[in-house]
Design a binder for this molecule. Structure first.
Ligand SMILES: NC(=O)c1ccc[n+]([C@@H]2O[C@H](COP(=O)([O-])OP(=O)(O)OC[C@H]3O[C@@H](n4cnc5c(N)ncnc54)[C@H](OP(=O)(O)O)[C@@H]3O)[C@@H](O)[C@H]2O)c1
Length: 322
């Protein structure tokens, strides 16, 4: 049902995995949406999610002028910009700390009503450069815009996700899959649609018990806590391609990661090996999905809907023959 509040929502990183789903949900609710991107053409595919003119790509760089122009006139700003590894000029500090700090400061200067910043679960304990830069980003955001709401999701699943699709593709050609550090790190995977719904609830101020989300951090985990190994086993069951799982000790994983880091889009980096040393689960006492009015969906209901294409013979293929 259309929401007639004429709010304008400005989304940094709206072309990405989370962004695509968030834009789709917010467009359905009738909001006007600006997609802030380095390459406007890369956001054109989002336009059909809305009516004519409802979704507008806006070109933006890292400079204060272009960020100010993008934010100008927005009621709500959402930051989804993130990287998994450093490449060239794209450094963790620049993307995860300095850029959100600049967005937050401009939101404050321009009196934007609401700023939602997406960070990541486990950053306050993480040993990785990724996690530390994200934590510094959270602090910088809250300093510049104290009313900001921060969301910390665990690993996110959904159609076109990075994690399950990558390992599912690997399992179509590889006889075995790697378990970095034995695969004992725990995760609490989150459905992308639940994050989109959380953001919609935050914008509509539709939270249980009149929860005030300003200046708060929400840790978002799904209903299942599973180790890396259990996730790959689940993947094998879902696609019908059960593969041997080979434990790779951390020192060996580091050597492999050092070589893989040289690739244009590395599948594994030294920093990611470090981040696997700490569990990625919601802490006791944290604010969670429940406080955002969401009952998170389980992997077993969602994974088969988009991983069936990896079955031998496609979605209707024979599970046993795979
Ligand atoms: N996916 C997960 O499992 C997961 C888990 C926990 C936390 N998160 C966090 O959630 C947020 C969104 O995640 P996502 O998976 O949707 O991310 P994504 O698809 O990898 O990227 C999001 C956006 O970041 C922008 N971006 C990428 N590299 C950039 C660079 N070098 N400089 C400036 N902008 C760049 C891109 O926007 P343009 O190309 O349009 O400029 C892209 O659309 C991120 O902050 C991520 O850390 C994700």
């Amino acid at each position: 049902m259309a929401n007639h509040t004429p709010k304008t929502i400005c989304i940094f990183g709206g072309t990405g995995f989370l962004g695509r789903h968030i834009v789709q949900d917010l467009a359905r609710l009738g909001y006007r949406i600006k997609i802030v991107t380095r390459i406007p053409e890369s956001a054109y595919f989002l336009k059909p999610y809305g009516d004519v003119g409802q979704i507008a790509p806006i070109q933006c760089g890292y400079d204060e002028d272009s960020v100010t122009r993008a934010i100008q006139g927005s009621d709500v700003v959402i930051n989804l910009v993130g990287i998994l590894y450093e490449k060239g000029k794209a450094k963790f500090k620049k993307i995860h700390t300095d850029y959100p700090a600049m967005i937050a400061k401009i939101c404050n200067d321009k009196k934007v009503t609401q700023f939602i910043h997406v960070s990541a679960l486990g950053v306050d304990k993480s040993l990785s450069k990724y996690g530390k830069s994200k934590l510094a980003g959270e602090k910088a955001v809250l300093l510049a815009y104290p009313k900001a709401t921060i969301l910390r999701p665990s690993i996110v699943f959904g159609p076109d996700d990075g994690f399950f699709n990558m390992f599912a593709k690997m399992s179509t050609i590889a006889p075995a899959l790697p378990l970095i550090g034995g695969g004992t790190t725990k995760f609490e995977p989150v459905f992308v649609g639940d994050i989109a719904q959380s953001i919609a609830n935050l914008i509509a101020n539709n939270l249980p018990n009149n929860e005030n989300p300003q200046g708060k951090i929400y840790e978002l985990g799904g209903p299942d806590v599973e180790t890396f190994k259990e996730l790959l086993e689940r993947l094998g069951e879902t696609t019908g391609r059960k593969r041997a799982l080979i434990s790779i000790p951390v020192p060996i994983a580091k050597v492999q990661a050092a070589f893989m880091s040289l690739a244009p889009r590395p599948m594994l980096t030294m920093d990611q090996v470090k981040s696997l040393k700490t569990d990625n689960i919601v802490q006791d006492g944290a604010l969670t999905f429940k406080d955002l009015g969401i009952k998170p969906k389980a992997m077993e209901t969602i994974l088969p809907t988009y991983l069936a294409c990896y079955r031998r013979g496609g979605p209707f293929g024979n599970k046993k023959a795979a």
